[in-house]
Design a protein. Structure first.
Length: 224
């Protein structure tokens, strides 16, 4: 056994027990979003619907969004280890889990929601960008940096749905000189209200992208 493994034995990122990075028990407990789902935003529904109560009546710039897991059970601890505790290698596991649930999108390229510069510096990496890079390899799709942040809006956590939309409505734009293909899939780590990815999708459509999809590792599921 390598000395490093003796000194720092590997543990499950979700439960902390010694063993693989994601133990079999926690993997089985992951709440996969397999359906039925809203065809537009991907939220779980009692039966398949074109648009659910969560996205009906809202102007949404993306064609559809899908998330692999509900943000519940062992998922918050797994994401915390990945995003906040420096276990950046978990991006590969996140991509594999996502690809097990979500079929390869029929698009010409992947891109990702850009991070705030301060948070990327504090973490040392960008989770959504790392996830997109792993998915690009799994799905054999080109990865393009097409979006950038404008200014520093407040963090979305704790804001009401209407406040979230207003907070990010001018926070993103297409990169200068960006020439996106006709269809693109935006990758994010966590989908909460859809406000951020909708603004990003709108920015891509302004520069000529006709079809935008969204995939996320996990999403917040609101109790009805």
């Amino acid at each position: 056994m390598p000395l490093l493994e003796l000194l720092f034995p590997s543990r499950c990122a979700a439960c902390g027990e010694p063993g693989p990075e994601l133990c079999g028990r926690c993997r089985e407990l992951l709440p996969r979003l397999l359906g039925p789902l809203c065809a537009r935003c991907g939220t779980p529904t009692a039966w398949p619907v074109a648009r659910c109560l969560e996205c009906a009546g809202r102007r949404i710039a993306f064609a559809q969004a899908r998330s692999a897991l509900s943000y519940s059970g062992p998922v918050p601890r797994l994401i915390g280890a990945w995003k906040e505790r420096g276990q950046r290698h978990l991006a590969g596991i996140a991509a594999e889990l996502l690809a097990e649930v979500i079929p390869r999108p029929q698009v010409k390229a992947l891109t990702f929601v850009p991070a705030q510069r301060e948070r990327s510096l504090s973490r040392g990496f960008h989770p959504a960008g790392a996830l997109a890079a792993e998915l690009a390899l799994l799905w054999e799709l080109p990865l393009q940096r097409l979006l950038e942040r404008v200014g520093s809006p407040r963090r979305q956590r704790g804001l009401a749905l209407s406040e979230r939309s207003k907070n990010v409505e001018r926070a993103f734009r297409a990169c200068r000189g960006a020439k996106p293909p006709s269809s693109v899939c935006i990758v994010d780590d966590v989908y909460t209200s859809g406000a951020t990815v909708s603004v990003c999708a709108g920015a891509l459509r302004k520069v000529g992208c006709r079809h935008v999809e969204v995939v996320a590792f996990a999403r917040a599921v609101r109790e009805r």
